[in-house]
Design a protein around this ligand. Structure first.
Ligand SMILES: Cc1ncc(COP(=O)(O)O)c(C=O)c1O
Length: 510
């Protein structure tokens, strides 16, 4: 059963002839023609350069940063950068004490000498060299992709940023012109919406079900584009944004089959996939069935795009990973992996927005990763996943008991799909219908943001995750940090709010 309704925004921005010309505007799609067009000019499958935004193309290289790599050439004498002298930095050592949750016993790691200097000093835009190498090898091994691509055209690279939010924002800036269309799963991670609004993107929601983004809805939206193109002059979508593992907020996880279908549609219509996957390593599916390295994991879009790459080329996926849920949210380290040209342009954004991510944070992450190695990182992630699975089980059991049908005859006030990773339970509240469009299931906004708050329970109303602010009867609840003994009371308060909403309606059956 679909859990959200596809929507298409009305015209957001008047699109000038210039805008239309400068974007990747595909005609109603004759599949073979698109395939021929997208593969003939470049074996990447997509012409990434043609997808760049005008701002990206206008942004000059940083005069100083572009010379940083040359400083590493043996014998080079650098009078280049206004780098402060590290002798003046007051820190001589960072000692990391690792909790037993990540190790059998407490371990102390030390960051000092040149590692510390590199972390504390201005450095390369794309991150610390050793961390970048580590992550490149990690991506290669985890997703089964060769570090040395067979040609320039399928070259990929990694860049490190201040969390995946930072890199997503820069990627959108690099690709989207005002009026450009972007498809997003609906509901969508709300954190991307302000950036898309500022870029004046034409954001179009695509229906999701218990496996997230629906390939059939995606196909329908793209094949129907002709009509909207004629009436609203929207350029053909450039990007599909999706969170394939434990989507935030819905908790939905796409199977490999679903991903293959979505990828096939994206290829046929010439659209780039943004795979935002911060919960991938925290998937509950297959947890404990095998070792952390060999256990079942759903292949990612970035891995799957290699299949049939001979026919379609690669470069269809830009992948966003994050250490926020694995190491810490405040450490602000994430990384992007994708077609070289697009990652280069994300770096250009970094070089003018914030010069680089935090070197000190990266040095801490590097120390942990070099200590853990590949196997140790996966083991740590499995421990974290097991922690959240236990919380999910408790949370869901309480939800069933309190929000489900009651023995005294009171009906269920919510339903949901069990999340297979992550930290959210996305509840569809059984609310009195409202008259607004799409309001047949009721609107949770005032109930969650006012009534529930007044009763002493906070959650996020569903409308926050709707690409075009459509009315929603959903509410996002999180089981990550609430003390387990408080969960029941929190759900009781939500139940009271829903029952009161029905009582206010008068004698209508729930
Ligand atoms: C789907 C999704 N993408 C991106 C982010 C941002 O992550 P980061 O902390 O790495 O910036 C979040 C954070 O909650 C998220 O849920």
């Amino acid at each position: 059963m679909p859990i959200a309704v596809a929507s298409q925004s009305s015209v957001l921005t008047p699109v000038t002839v210039d805008t239309v010309k400068s974007t990747t505007l595909l005609p109603p799609v004759a599949i073979d023609a698109v395939k021929a067009a997208t593969t003939s000019s470049s074996s990447n499958g997509l012409d990434h350069r043609a997808m760049l935004s005008r701002t990206a193309l206008l942004r000059p290289d940083s005069a100083i940063r572009s010379l940083f790599p040359a400083e590493k050439v043996p014998g080079m004498l650098s009078l280049l950068a206004g780098k402060p002298n590290t002798d003046t930095f007051p820190i001589s050592n960072i000692a990391l004490t690792i909790k037993p949750i990540a190790e059998e016993k407490e371990t102390i790691l030390s960051i000092s000498g040149s590692d510390l200097e590199e972390g504390l000093q201005y450095g390369q835009t794309w991150g610390l060299t050793r961390l970048l190498d580590w992550l490149t090898q990690f991506q290669s091994r985890l997703h089964g992709r060769s570090v040395t691509p067979s040609s320039e055209d399928n070259a990929w690279r990694v860049s490190i940023g201040g969390g995946s939010q930072d890199l997503l924002t820069k990627a959108f800036n690099s690709l989207i012109n005002p009026g450009d269309s972007i498809l997003v799963e609906s509901p969508v991670y709300t954190g991307i919406l302000p950036t898309l609004a500022c870029l004046q993107a034409n954001v179009v929601g695509v229906q999701t079900d218990s496996q997230g983004l629906m390939s059939s809805a995606l196909e329908e939206t793209l094949s129907n584009w002709t009509t909207s193109l004629q009436t609203a002059a929207h350029p053909f979508p450039k990007i599909i944004y999706t969170v394939p593992t434990a989507a935030n907020p819905s908790g939905a996880t796409a199977s490999e089959q679903r991903k293959r279908e979505v990828l096939a549609v994206a290829r046929r219509f010439g659209v780039l996939i943004f795979e935002d996957d911060p919960y991938m390593l925290l998937s509950f599916d297959g947890l404990g069935e095998d070792t952390p390295e060999t256990r079942r994991r759903v292949r990612t879009y970035w891995s799957l795009e290699q299949d049939e790459a001979e026919e379609w080329g690669s470069g269809w996926v830009v992948r966003f990973d994050s250490f926020s849920k694995i190491i810490s949210g405040g450490i602000r380290v994430g990384f992007v992996t994708g077609p070289k040209l697009i990652v280069d342009y994300i770096d250009k954004e970094t070089s003018s927005a914030n010069l680089q991510g935090s070197g000190a944070s990266q040095a801490i992450v590097l120390a942990l990763l070099e200590h853990w190695k590949y196997e140790g990182l996966l083991q740590h992630c499995d421990r974290v996943a097991a922690f959240y699975r236990k919380r999910r089980d408790n949370f869901e059991a309480k939800a069933r008991a309190v929000l489900g049908a009651q023995s005294d005859g009171r009906p269920a006030v919510a339903e949901w799909v069990t999340p297979e990773a992550g930290m959210f339970l996305w509840l569809r509240l059984n609310l009195p219908p409202v008259s607004a469009p799409h309001g047949q299931h009721g609107d949770s906004f005032s109930l969650v943001s006012e009534k529930a708050k007044a009763k002493g329970v906070l959650a996020v109303p569903g409308v926050a995750f709707m690409p075009n602010e459509e009315c929603s009867s959903y509410v996002r609840t999180s089981y990550s940090i609430i003390p387990e003994e408080d969960v029941e009371e929190a759900f009781k308060r939500i139940r009271d709010c829903v029952e009161e909403a029905w009582q206010e309606q008068g004698p209508v059956m729930m």
